[in-house]
Design a protein around this ligand. Structure first.
Ligand SMILES: Nc1ncnc2c1ncn2[C@@H]1O[C@H](COP(=O)(O)OP(=O)(O)O)[C@@H](O)[C@H]1O
Ligand SMILES: [Mg+2]
Length: 256
């Protein structure tokens, strides 16, 4: 069964960058194949990983949910809805060397998605037999996990920037995880973009106030910024990059 690692935090704090480096490191250690899941509505994990996405699961869900209403039903005669869905969900899987990527894509529009969400949930749980790790890049609300479409996580990594408000936001996510009745074995915090990789006293105090478990600190780094500006995949920064090194150290400490 796949060990599910969910990364969450508010927008712009570095979740996707950290997810990319985490996936990269698991693959580098021979722990692949990893299933990378982009569950952020503002999806761009593919850019950080350097792969192209054609179809999202949201597109497929939409297609199936509206099949009967469409001018031309996309489901060929004699093929069941469930079989067609399975085939189209497979199409949405992007295959790279050491990892595969699925993009959840848009969340549902009007209409009933219960049936198609159920099919997707079943398919994702079957995938749990094919991969030792799922790494899920979430938005703050972790909608796909809280709705049960994505399997629940054993490890929750909450990412914050170096601000009190960032830490408070992550504190709310930690409480949301409890309220949703999810019981990860580990809930830990990564503080990203710390100047010189150092936490100041105010931030340390806020982390303690929120009762968060600090996994590690990732420095602010110019190379990540440059790669991003040049449109290069940030998961491919040089081996000795300080952000890459910090993520490695954190992953080692998790003893996955
Ligand atoms: N440690 C870091 N140093 C410098 N820039 C960073 C760092 N982490 C992330 N960034 C940059 O910050 C921006 C937001 O990061 P991203 O990973 O997309 O955040 P999120 O997924 O939380 O929205 C991106 O431009 C990214 O390259
Ligand atoms: Mg992101």
């Amino acid at each position: 069964m796949a060990h599910v690692i969910a990364v969450a935090g508010k927008g712009g704090v570095g979740k996707t960058t950290i997810c990319g480096l985490l996936i990269q490191y698991l693959c580098e250690q021979g722990k692949g194949p990893v299933l990378a899941v982009d569950a952020d509505a503002n999806s761009n994990l593919n850019e950080v990983l350097g792969v192209q996405v054609e179809t999202t699961l949201g597109d497929v869900r939409e297609e199936i949910a509206r099949a009967e209403m469409a001018k031309e039903n996309p489901i060929p005669p004699g093929v069941s809805k469930a079989d067609y869905a399975e085939m189209r969900f497979e199409d949405a899987l992007v295959e790279a060397d050491d990892f595969d990527l699925l993009v959840m894509g848009r969340t549902q529009g009007k209409g009933c998605y219960c049936y198609v969400n159920g099919l997707l949930q079943a398919q994702l749980s079957r995938y749990q037999n094919n991969y030792p790790y799922f790494v899920v890049d979430n938005e703050a609300g972790m909608e796909h996990i809280s709705r049960g479409v994505l399997p629940t996580m054993q490890t929750a990594i909450l990412v914050s920037d170096c601000s009190r408000r960032g830490i408070q936001a992550v504190g709310r996510i930690a409480r949301l995880i409890e309220e949703c009745g999810l019981h990860p074995q580990t809930v830990g915090l990564i503080v990203n973009r710390a100047p010189q990789g150092q936490l100041n006293e105010g931030i340390k105090e806020e982390i303690a106030l929120q009762g968060l478990h600090l996994l590690g600190v990732v420095p602010q780094d110019e190379t990540i910024y440059e790669y991003d500006c040049d449109g290069k995949p940030t998961s491919q920064v040089p081996e000795d990059n300080p952000v890459r090194k910090a993520v490695r150290q954190i992953v080692d400490s998790l003893q996955l």
